[in-house]
Ligand binder design. Sequence first.
Ligand SMILES: Cc1ncc(COP(=O)(O)O)c(C=O)c1O
Length: 426
Amino acid sequence: MKDIDTKCVQSGYAPANGEARLLPIYQSTTYKYDTPEEMGDLFDLKKDGYFYTRLANPTVAGLENRIAALDGGVGAVGCASGMAASTLAVLNVCHAGDNIVSSATIYGGTYNLFSTTLPKVGIETRFVEPFDKAEDIEKVIDENTKVLFCETIANPAMYVADFEKWAKIAKKHGILLFVDNTLATPVICRPIEHGANVVIYSTTKYMDGHGAALGGMVVDGGNFDFAASDRYKDFVTPDESYHGMVYARDCGKAAFSVKLRVQYMRDIGAQMAPMNAFLTFLGVDTLHLRMPRHSENALKVAQLLEQSPYVEWVKYGGLESDVNYPLVQKYFDKGMASGMVTFGIKGGREAASKFQKALRLFKIVTHIADARSCVLHPASTTHRQLSDSDLASCGISDNLIRLSVGIESAADIVEDVKNALEASAK
Ligand SMILES: Cc1ncc(COP(=O)(O)O)c(C=O)c1O
């Protein structure tokens, strides 16, 4: 199974003779064994199997295996949400006193986690700008830096990560590179191929694609040498809370994901629900069909916006005039640039409000990456907790409108946006 289109449909679950063709929903917290020794072997990780759904569940495992296969990872851990995935991935390597170096233009919830919540437990974030030069990013790295973090396509600022730059810095300093690939999905971009070590998803978005199931995923690239320096002591010293396991020695390439599961998922319990894993698994069946359609439709909307007298600026990496266009050509498959388009409407907050009210197909929701087109004005909704200066550092202005272009007919979508733009100026 080489092609991503086939992997979307076939990977993650292979029924044995007479078993259900579709991945079943294992709606069970527990699993039965005939002898205590058999269960003991599972606790010791001597054998693969299930004993409690907080650690692992066969339906969630189906989705984990599928997404790991799509990304070229060695394993993955399903989490309750995208936020749970980012939190657990960071906690898996950071202690109080450690720091993360992150792009400042990231999803507002992750920005808040990094800027406000993690510092309360002693984990600091040093924010850098997406177009900062490598030398400038390197200046904020020290011996306690454990993670470099960026988004493939920043939500909602739309900057595309320059993987070559990030991976070079990560390699030079022996630091893990985490990439949130939510808006691109592995159909458009596979960050591990460009040097990422850990890939994070809100599966709530395109992976599910129907606004049905909350979820997150941490994919382990299996391509990091934890023993190469003293930076990641937890991976090379015994974990007394797990039978003295030394993750880098005992878990092979999957050290990161095994540690995350048996330590942090065990202790924090932000596990993906089996029903949500099932719905997301169904969603991924059509991911390779939806992403090209989202991208084609979004390009048409971006072209309309670029020509419109009611629009100040447009950001869409698929537009030749966009600053991110060269990165889209370099890193994204077939020039696809996803379904997210942001633009600045002339007339500020008032015009933004009129525009949203005039839309018919696009619905106002705090959701993106759905089969159905949707719209949001971040400054008055998702990002309203951020101060003006935090908003600016996330790349958000008060006239920014975020369109998540769906897979309806391009003609209907374009007409809806055109009419609403006209209404915004009345
Ligand atoms: C890029 C990105 N990462 C993470 C998240 C958080 O995901 P969730 O809402 O599933 O917790 C979001 C949510 O919008 C997102 O857009």
